[in-house]
Design a protein around this ligand. Structure first.
Ligand SMILES: O=C(O)CCC(=O)C(=O)O
Ligand SMILES: [Fe+2]
Length: 224
């Protein structure tokens, strides 16, 4: 069963990967190794070489106007458990938790990254949601990226920088879960049916002290 879920990698490879995993044996999910593909999810490990990953990480940490936004949960206004930033073309404002977020225009240092991600995915992106998890207390709850403005069956490309964190998927209609360890420079592509079939989350990891930055490149329908 385990083997059937790990396309292209042997169980011994998986055990080796588990040993390196910061959470040791405390895993309840299937961990995937190498460039594996599970129904509409593709994980490109170390897609950015260390030098570029480091440069984008440093520049993103220091040059961007990160903000901690609020969100309404059951009518109560709470601070989001992370910082974030919406960057995009001028017509890509999007509605989130009852409020319009207007995009910051593309900082020049991010354009080469956007072009590289577009080339890898064979598709245009006009916006990116950035998340800054200050340490393991920051997290992202279970959700699908299925807002109307993303259109039907969006392709979303997610780049990870900084501290490695667990990233979980749970299937919406069958009892299936997957776990990825997203490390510095990894690109995870959520292809067309991914948001229809799966929810994803980035759980808390209280022992982690280092920050992580994530970029999710999207195509947002123009707001006019
Ligand atoms: O931080 C991550 O890896 C995922 C972020 C995410 O799911 C989102 O921005 O919608
Ligand atoms: Fe998401």
């Amino acid at each position: 069963m385990l083997q059937a879920l790990i396309s292209g990698s042997s169980v011994s490879k998986l055990r080796a990967k588990l040993k390196q995993h910061p959470y040791g044996n405390r895993l309840s999910y299937v961990v995937l190794a190498e460039d594996t593909q599970v129904e509409n999810i593709v994980h490109h490990q170390q897609w950015l070489k260390a030098e570029s990953a480091e440069a984008f990480y440093r520049q993103s940490l220091t040059k961007l106007p990160w903000q901690q936004h609020t969100i309404k949960i059951f009518g109560k206004t709470c601070l989001e458990p992370r910082l974030s930033l919406w960057i995009g073309d001028a017509n890509t404002a999007y509605r989130y938790s009852g409020e319009w977020r207007t995009p910051l225009s593309w900082p020049s240092f991010l354009l080469p990254l956007k072009f590289a991600v577009q080339q890898k995915c064979g598709q245009q992106f006009n916006s990116v949601l950035l998340n800054y998890y200050r340490d393991g207390h920051d997290y992202m709850s279970w959700h699908s990226d299925n807002e109307k403005q993303l259109g039907k069956q969006p392709v979303i490309a997610s780049l990870s920088l900084g501290q490695a964190r667990r990233f979980l998927f749970r299937n919406k209609s069958k009892d299936q879960k997957h776990e990825y360890l997203l490390e510095h420079g990894d690109l995870l592509v959520m292809n067309k049916l991914c948001q229809d079939q799966w929810q994803h989350s980035l759980p808390k990891a209280l022992r982690i002290k280092q920050p992580r930055i994530n970029f999710t490149f999207r195509y947002t329908m123009p707001d006019d």
